[in-house]
Design a protein. Structure first.
Length: 578
């Protein structure tokens, strides 16, 4: 573009944002995640396709801010308490997934003629999933707070931390004389940085934010938070941990502050705008011509990620005691590679460690798996439904999971009510049932939630509520009511179909997050479906009209009318988004 550098910069950013808007709108009209639209839009305005070409470096520069804000916002929402129940899986399962995928990469390198070192380099790149993309997918689906969402986050943190060793070891392996000194220096840098983070979290940041908040200026609080984000991200990058991981740790530092929710509400619009540029910048890297020329190696690499990495991850999680459906869902979510794989590929090419063709194949495979990521992750529920009828896969899915020692199966008599899901809503229901001395059983595979419920006096069965064998153990045929408070629609639907077969006479009450899921649950056998957000809105309306002294009968009549209209509308228009 012509004109001053500033105008050219703004023009490129504006065009990239416009492309993101157009791609997102088209994707949503096709019932696809907006993420796919952003990636395709980036490819269309990139240097490898005809037509207008946006400046790749300019877009990438702003995209770095986008991924920094994305990871910072995730860190602010992050809870170490919620991740505590998956720490063993993150350490042991994460390590086995990394090692298994690296071995797959070595095999792939041998098959494609890259040699042992080239295969090792490729295996390290394949082991790293895209934190930014997966967190965006979980956020769009409302699954960040679920147990499988927390499990994915734990594994992603393990992968991100392993990048420190990779960027240190891989160049050092090419010059073995400097291996130990280089590794020792990198570890010292990482430990020093983590020490600074702990000091900031405990001593500096709470006091600083409290003083800024006392000024009463929202702008200053936001500015201080962004400075914290970018400052820690910069230090992390200098320490070899990378900008994304640094900004994520900055968010964790802020997450314990009483101002975390206020900061998140202000940072979220910025995050959404600039993170879309990050995905556009990734799409701009795809060279369709290179993919066609190297189609065989690219497809082999994509197959290794989608099949091999998925298998390694699922087997690791199953070995650690997680249920088959949960292990499969997490494994399919991690079946892609992204931003840190780009870092490794760029490092290898710039230092002459791997040929340009290897980095090109890794880059193409990364972009293709990112394009497929939403569909790959969404395929977990259909695969579980179909796979149960396959002899070997069905046995693997149905095999019982191992409960923690402090959550041994309870002596179940005959519960009148069974609650599937021990989250906030499930806990409220269990408290009400205990208060009225109604025999009940709660099923959940979040160990910390299950332990809290058991301490409160509820009978708890630890396990995945979508497992038919576990549901049979819960004596569902004797239950009068089954309450579904599971956090995710696909799991709810799967459990609902099992329960309807096991307990045809029971009343099945289902909570959903989205209006579009109402007809889906009714077709699966739900007796009554409750749309959580709509019911919260109805209660706000009730309180508002009541305080405005509208007659009680009139308020009741109006609420009944909008409920009937709402739920009938969802049934009549199942394809609408709400």
């Amino acid at each position: 573009m012509t004109g001053s550098p500033g105008v050219a910069f703004l023009g490129d950013v504006g065009i990239a944002l416009t492309a993101a808007l157009a791609g997102g709108l088209i994707a949503r009209s096709l019932k696809l995640p907006a993420l796919i639209g952003y990636l395709v839009a980036g490819t269309l305005i990139g240097p490898h396709t005809p037509g207008f070409i946006a400046d790749k470096d300019t877009v990438a520069l702003v995209a770095d801010l986008g991924v920094a804000l994305l990871m910072f916002a995730v860190g602010v929402q992050f809870s170490l308490d919620e991740l505590r129940h998956v720490r063993r899986t993150a350490l042991i399962g994460g390590a086995s997934q990394l090692l298994g995928t690296i071995l797959l990469g070595i095999g792939l390198g041998s098959l494609l003629g890259w040699g042992l070192y080239g295969g090792l380099f490729a295996g390290c790149a394949l082991a790293l999933s895209s934190t930014a993309v997966l967190l965006r997918l979980l956020d769009e689906r409302g699954e960040l707070g679920t147990s499988h969402g927390q499990l994915m986050l734990g594994l992603l943190v393990m992968q991100d931390l392993s990048l420190v060793l990779m960027v240190t070891l891989l160049p050092a392996l090419a010059a073995t004389a400097s291996l130990l000194p280089t590794l020792g220096l990198a570890l010292l840098k990482a430990l020093a940085f983590l020490g600074v983070i702990v000091l900031l979290a405990l001593r500096v940041v709470p006091t600083l934010l409290d003083r800024i908040a006392r000024t009463g200026s929202r702008e200053l609080l936001l500015l201080a938070s962004v400075c914290l984000c970018l400052g820690i991200g910069f230090l992390a990058d200098k320490a070899g941990l990378g900008l994304p991981l640094g900004t994520f740790l900055a968010g964790i530092v802020l997450s314990k502050s009483p101002y975390a929710h206020e900061v998140f509400s202000q940072i979220r619009p910025l995050r959404d705008v600039f993170s879309s540029l990050f995905f556009v910048s990734i799409g701009m890297l795809l060279d369709p011509g290179f993919v066609v020329t190297n189609l065989g190696p690219v497809l082999a690499t994509v197959a290794t990620i989608l099949l091999g990495k998925t298998l390694v991850t699922a087997l690791s999680l199953r070995w650690l005691g997680w249920s088959g459906p949960t292990a499969l869902r997490v494994a399919l979510g991690l079946a892609q590679i992204g931003e840190f794989s780009f870092v490794l590929a760029t490092l290898g090419t710039s230092r002459g460690l791997i040929p340009p063709q290897v980095s090109g194949v890794l880059l193409a495979a990364a972009l293709l798996t990112l394009l497929l990521a939403p569909a790959t992750y969404a395929s977990a529920a259909p695969l579980c439904r179909v796979g149960r009828h396959w002899p070997l896969f069905g046995r693997w899915l149905r095999a019982p999971q191992h409960a923690p020692e402090h959550l041994a199966p309870p002596a179940i008599s005959t519960p009148r009510v069974v609650v599937l899901g021990g989250g906030r809503v499930g806990r409220y229901v269990a408290e009400a049932l205990r208060a009225h001395e109604i025999a009940h059983l709660v099923i959940d595979f979040d160990a910390s939630a299950a332990a809290r419920l058991r301490e409160g006096g509820s009978a708890v069965l630890y396990g995945d509520a979508t497992e038919e064998a576990l549901l049979r153990h819960a004596q569902l045929p004797h239950a009068e009511q089954v309450i579904f408070t599971l956090p995710e629609a696909a799991s709810t639907e799967l459990a609902l179909r099992h329960v309807r077969q096991l307990a045809p006479q029971a009343t099945l009450i289902v909570r959903v997050h989205r209006g579009e899921d109402i007809p889906r649950m009714r077709s699966a056998g739900a007796t009554q479906v409750i749309h959580g957000e709509f019911e919260a809105g109805a209660e706000v309306i009730h309180q508002t009209l009541d305080r405005l002294q509208v007659e009680s009968a009139q308020v009741k009549s109006y609420l009944q009318h909008i409920r009937e209209q709402r739920y009938r509308q969802e049934t009549d228009s199942p394809r609408q988004n709400h």
